[in-house]
Ligand binder design. Sequence first.
Ligand SMILES: C[S@@+](CC[C@H](N)C(=O)[O-])C[C@H]1O[C@@H](n2cnc3c(N)ncnc32)[C@H](O)[C@@H]1O
Length: 251
Amino acid sequence: MDGADPDRWSAVAAGWAELWGSFAEPVWRAVVAAAGIGPGSWVLDVGCGGGDLLGYLDRLGAATAGVDPAPGMVALARSRVPAADLRIGDAERLPWPDHTFDLVASVNAVQFADDTLEALAEFVRVTRPGGLVAIANWAEGRHNDLDAVERAVAYAAGEEPLPDGELREPGGLERLLADGGLDVVAAGLVAVPWYAPDDDALVRGVLLGEDPETVAGTASTVRDAARPFRQPGGGYRLDNAFRYVVGRTPR
Ligand SMILES: C[S@@+](CC[C@H](N)C(=O)[O-])C[C@H]1O[C@@H](n2cnc3c(N)ncnc32)[C@H](O)[C@@H]1O
């Protein structure tokens, strides 16, 4: 689906939360540890989706804010994390004043911004001087079992698989932060396995946002491509990885 279309994300908000919402928790933990986030921290999540990371931060005692261009995502996040300051907006135009947050984080979202450097400049603008910016996204395809399934789906549709993109490659996130004038203080590769309890969840998860005709026509391709990842007790485990970077803004 078109990841830059807020209506498409609104339509799949509940499905995203059910199937994918918390799978990136290992990278949340890495970012929170690197950034020293805890009670009293003031954190913004950009592209917050259904609010899973916000809920995690809220449980740690941080004060939270979230922004997402998809109204359906924001509504879901609001219902799940009532204490968060939630707004509709995109990464390139953040609706908060300068120097507001201790940490601005964005997980699996910044790749949808029209201009990544412009988005990063906004992250820096709303972070306090000497505060932190953290970005995390999928690692390059060779680390991800999901990539094998998505490639099979693309070939079945007569399409070429999408290239990885610079932000997914080793050093890509670090270069972005350096280009934005930040000092990199932490970076890493984190395993983020994804579990589907049965065939139905596997197909819905991989084809989230596709129309019912496409899902019906592609389900067997997904099941076949995922066969190597079947678990003895049932369901599927796809081993994947995210890269993250944490950078300090100028004082
Ligand atoms: C793959 S989901 C990830 C959601 C959440 N961060 C998570 O990890 O579960 C991508 C999210 O990015 C949002 N998004 C798309 N374009 C965006 C933009 N230009 N700025 C900020 N968020 C955007 C979508 O609406 C969607 O909620």
